[in-house]
Design a protein around this ligand. Structure first.
Ligand SMILES: Cc1ncc(COP(=O)(O)O)c(C=O)c1O
Length: 382
């Protein structure tokens, strides 16, 4: 449990549940417990609540409600999209970036997968991406923002490139579809997630990074994009994701997304200012610290640093003793000894990767917390 003195700087791993979100969920965990597929009026009301939540989420994604599939989180949504498309094209290939979340990289690796590299600032290498897409490519999946270094990808530029490829295919009579998916799990608190403005055909979002509950997410799939379901059964979610709906989770997700999107400009501005102060304080107290990833194209809450010669596990444990919670590598995957594939992809040595820390700020972060963190970090160096 976090105490009043805890400074939580791991919002990229997960966020606390917003109290209004919790309140919105409560009735569906208690008196309104009915299975939405039942036909009596009490259950129909529950079904109606899901319909409204779907409509609200679709509104923020700029989608039709029928284009939203609820899942048990971001991992499942990414798997559904990748398997759902790739199983239909055994001779096709999919293109992903080298810094995707494992829930994209691992399912994609089961098919003919091509990996496009990123530049040292963490942005996709558009030339490498262009080379990776060939006549057999059916899917390009590039994340919106990275969970480790916070880098924001130029989705509109990628969508333009994909549009050009489609045009050239038309000219030579290649009728193979080419879909563009983005994993947007890290972004709704800060950025626009309107699919048409971004130029994507499919998008993954989840609730646990946006002050909503865990184990609930959604896959937006543009109408006309056919998916093969992974879970077969009762036919919920128009057959795309069978299983009794996580009603309270879905209601909480909609509430969390609504607040995130309404407040995103203000929260982004606030955290951008805090981040600048954070980086300035680190650089003045620890001049050897190196900031990883683009500063300009970066989520406002992310500070990722390498402290040459230091051991990140040790630093993290020392900060923990000061009540400061941060991450080494990607805290949303099971911990392993391997250096992060993201840090390797931007050119860090294994040694530098093992000397790196991620601080991800959130709604509770203020200037005093940043000052205390930098002070504790400077005093924790080996
Ligand atoms: C970018 C990204 N994609 C996918 C996921 C997986 O989401 P979930 O934990 O909801 O399965 C995460 C975090 O865990 C993430 O940061």
């Amino acid at each position: 449990m976090s105490s009043a003195h805890t400074i939580y700087l791991d919002h990229a791993a997960t966020t606390p549940l917003d109290s209004a979100v919790f309140l919105s969920m409560q009735p569906y965990l208690t008196e309104a417990f009915y299975n939405p597929s039942a036909t009596y009026s009490a259950a129909r009301k529950v079904k109606q609540a899901i319909t409204e939540a779907r409509r609200s989420i679709a509104h923020h994604v700029g989608a039709r409600p029928t284009e939203i599939i609820f899942t048990a989180g971001g991992t499942e949504a990414n798997n559904l999209l990748i398997h759902g498309i790739m199983r239909q094209f055994p001779d096709g290939n999919c293109v992903v970036s080298a810094i995707e979340h494992d829930s994209v990289l691992h399912p994609a690796a089961q098919y003919n997968q091509r990996v496009a590299g990123v530049l040292s600032d963490g942005r996709i290498d558009i030339a490498a991406l262009k080379t990776a897409i060939d006549d057999q490519t059916v899917l390009v999946s590039i994340q919106y923002a990275n969970n480790e270094i916070g880098t924001i990808q130029p989705l509109r530029d990628i969508a333009r490139l994909i549009g050009d490829v489609k045009q050239s295919r038309l000219k030579v009579g290649n009728t193979r579809p080419l879909y563009f998916h983005t994993d947007a799990c890290q972004v709704p608190v800060y950025l626009d997630i309107h699919a048409a403005r971004l130029g994507v055909d499919a998008m993954t979002v989840n609730a646990s990074k946006i002050y909503g509950p865990k184990q609930v997410g959604a896959l937006f799939v543009k109408s006309g994009v056919h998916l093969e379901p992974m879970l077969l059964g009762g036919g919920q979610e128009k057959g795309m994701r069978s299983g009794t709906e996580n009603v309270a989770g879905i209601i909480g997700f909609a509430e969390a997304l609504n607040r995130a999107q309404i407040e995103r400009h203000e929260e982004s501005k606030r955290l951008q200012m805090l981040r600048a102060q954070f980086i300035e304080a680190i650089q003045s107290r620890i001049p050897t610290a190196v900031i990883n990833g683009s500063i300009k194209h970066r989520l406002p809450n992310n500070v990722h640093i390498t402290l040459p010669g230091q051991d990140n596990e040790l630093l993290m444990m020392r900060l923990d003793k000061h009540g400061i919670l941060c991450a080494v590598g990607s805290a949303c995957s099971a911990s392993d000894e391997e250096p992060s594939h993201v840090l390797k992809a931007i050119g860090l040595s294994d040694e530098a990767a093992h000397a790196s820390l991620r601080f991800s700020m959130g709604r509770s972060t203020n200037k005093a917390a940043i000052q205390r963190t930098v002070e504790a970090l400077a005093n924790s160096l080996g």
